[in-house]
Design a protein around this ligand. Structure first.
Ligand code: C5P
Length: 406
């Protein structure tokens, strides 16, 4: 299942062999499945295919030199080694396999191979006679014994005219083998859109209306969804939070901008999670110049902002919609009303009257409601609460998949 590649970080090592032309398509296949790809080429590989081709296809600069200060400053070999979930060498030439088996670190690829904790894989490609050579097979046995996955080779007509074993597997087959190395998460194959943080509604060029939302809960949810294998788009209001790993972030300021970004992102979404504290109202007019102080009282005319979560819930087809409710009294009763009024699939309620959890806090406690069910998530860190909530969403989605379609 190629969906397992979503969000995965793959270093593709390309060594010198005619099959290097297939690496170009492999990069395409991996990226189409949602993986991020960094390409490392040996000097010999560059005789067969240009770094520019693989740079264009991978969307990242190609790494070629171990001792290039400029490249090391951008993403050094140790950083690259740490970044990867998988290092796949395709094609892996006989020479390259020998160096990998012996632990020789004389270029960027072989050094990175030693420096990484990632899963390792090779896709050998060479002449059938070389493939059959005892020295080659001995090197391969060493690699296999160390847990390296060996993909192929296939048999058939070779570039040199021989017929036999040694052809590199096709890109589509290699992508499938890579996917098999990863586990299926509870949200694998799903696209999740999350809103987070406050919105800012401008009064004039220097002033705005807003609230104290920190964005912590939404960012924790985005991270938990990515961890569960989902492709995640995080639409964030103005907050000081680092973007979680493997999450695509879209920054917005106002409620209208947030709505526009959500409308764009949600078209192919399976799940929409609305944690943002969207301003209910915005100034009817935004002054072009700074408003001067004059009279003792000042009246501001406000207009209602669109309800983003309700707009998403009104779409057909619609994703699974999880909303939040921050209530100070009759918490569950109000939340259940909100669930129905906004046509949500699930609602997570905060008791904001409690001083120890909520807006700026690192902890939270929630009661989660859906039609026919309820679950209390006891006080815990927002990242733990987020993981528990993601499991509840995943369980509901799995139920929906089982239910006959209306
Ligand atoms: O109506 P209330 O603001 O209490 O509803 C809270 C829920 O609705 C949250 O999930 C919040 O993200 C969402 N919401 C929204 N757009 C608004 C107001 C609230 O998406 N304009």
């Amino acid at each position: 299942m190629l969906a397992r590649l979503a969000n995965k970080r793959i270093v593709l090592g390309v060594s010198g062999g005619i099959a290097a032309y297939k690496s170009a398509e492999l990069v395409r296949r991996l990226r189409d499945a949602g993986a991020e790809v960094q390409v490392v080429m040996t000097p010999a590989a560059q005789q067969f295919i240009t770094p520019l081709t693989l740079q264009a296809l991978s969307g990242n600069p190609v790494h070629t030199d171990l001792l290039d200060p400029a490249a090391e400053a951008a993403m050094g070999h140790i950083e690259l080694a740490r970044w990867a979930d998988l290092v796949l060498v395709a094609p892996a030439s006989a020479d390259c396999l020998a160096r990998l088996a012996q632990g020789i670190a004389n270029d960027l690829l072989s050094t990175l191979w030693l420096a990484t904790k990632a899963q390792l894989a090779v896709a050998p490609a060479m002449n059938q006679q070389m493939w059959a050579a005892p020295a080659l097979q001995a090197n391969l046995a060493v690699l296999r014994a160390r847990g390296v996955a060996v993909f192929g080779p296939a048999a058939g007509v070779q570039a040199c005219g021989d017929v036999g074993e040694g052809r590199m597997l096709e890109a589509v087959e290699l992508a499938a083998r890579c996917a098999d190395l990863f586990e299926t998460g509870s949200l694998t194959g799903r696209h999740v859109v999350v809103t987070a943080g406050p919105t800012r509604e401008a009064l004039d060029p220097v002033r705005y209306l807003s609230n104290h939302s920190s964005g912590k809960m939404g960012f924790a949810l985005a991270a938990a969804c990515a961890e569960a294998g989902a492709r995640v788009t995080l639409v964030a209001g103005p907050v000081h939070q680092p973007t979680p790993a493997r999450v695509r972030r879209v920054n917005v300021t106002s409620a209208l901008e947030m709505l526009a970004a959500v409308e764009q992102a949600v078209a192919d979404a399976d799940v929409f999670i609305a944690t943002a504290a969207v301003a209910d109202y915005r100034p009817q007019q935004v002054a072009g110049q700074k408003i001067k102080k004059s009279a003792d009282t000042f009246t501001l005319e406000l207009v209602k902002n669109p309800d983003i979560v309700a707009a998403v819930a009104a779409r057909t087809p619609r994703p699974f919609v999880l909303g939040f409710a921050a209530e100070t009294e009759r918490v569950l009763e109000h939340a259940r009303q909100k669930l129905e009024r906004k046509r949500l699939d699930m609602i997570a309620c905060n008791d904001v009257a409690r001083a120890d959890i909520g807006f700026q806090s690192d902890d939270n406690a929630l009661t989660v409601l859906w039609s026919g069910g309820e679950q209390v998530l006891e006080k815990a860190s927002k990242s733990l609460i987020a993981r528990q909530l993601v499991q509840l969403v995943a369980a509901r989605l799995a139920e929906e998949d089982k239910a006959p379609q209306a």
